[in-house]
Design a protein around this ligand. Structure first.
Ligand code: PNS
Length: 164
């Protein structure tokens, strides 16, 4: 049985994230979408909110579960007996950062393989920060996030920047 982990901040989940999780769910027996701390980012949503949004977005995918972890990714991988880390790779700009993380994780836990899925061209430009910025100015984000979480994100962010 192949269990893999799709880690990320998911602050919030986007159609790009969902695309990678969905494609991983076709390739592997079990996928865990893992909300994990990125110490370089200050999240807009709590970990529980991000878990809830991922649960809503992936409810139709039978072999996908959602979890949260506060420590190192490799510790989670080891504890769960996962085979690999699956991540999306958008453009060359992602490459250096992702390559650095993949090599560090492999050094910390040699069996921790990282598998990159190339993002579909439709989602190349998309990231959570842009979604938050558009939503914060009251813009339409319906093409960027799963429909199940659209109102959660809008309610939280709709007037964030307008108030400033
Ligand atoms: O979606 P992101 O923020 O680009 O994902 C980065 C993330 C959260 C996967 C990365 O920061 C991470 O793995 N954090 C957990 C702590 C850890 O293991 N750090 C060492 C990574 S080499």
């Amino acid at each position: 049985m192949t269990r893999v982990v799709c880690p990320g901040s998911f602050d919030p989940v986007t159609m790009g994230h969902l695309d990678i999780i969905t494609r991983a769910s076709v390739l592997f027996d079990e996928v865990i979408a893992l909300v994990i701390v990125n110490p370089d980012k200050e999240p807009s949503f709590t970990a529980q909110e991000r878990v809830n949004m991922l649960n809503k977005s992936t409810a139709h995918l039978e072999n996908v579960s959602v979890d949260h972890h506060r420590g190192l990714l490799v510790d989670y991988i080891r504890d769960k007996g996962a085979t690999a880390i699956v991540k999306g790779l958008r453009a060359m700009s992602d490459f250096e950062y992702e390559f650095q993380m993949a090599l560090t994780n492999k050094k910390l836990l040699p069996q921790a393989e990282t598998i990159f899925l190339t993002t579909t061209s439709e989602h190349l430009y998309l990231n959570s920060s842009l979604v938050k910025q558009v939503a914060g100015f009251g813009g339409d984000i319906s093409a960027f996030v799963p429909p199940q979480v659209l109102s959660d994100i809008q309610l939280r962010l709709c007037d964030k920047y307008i108030k400033l």
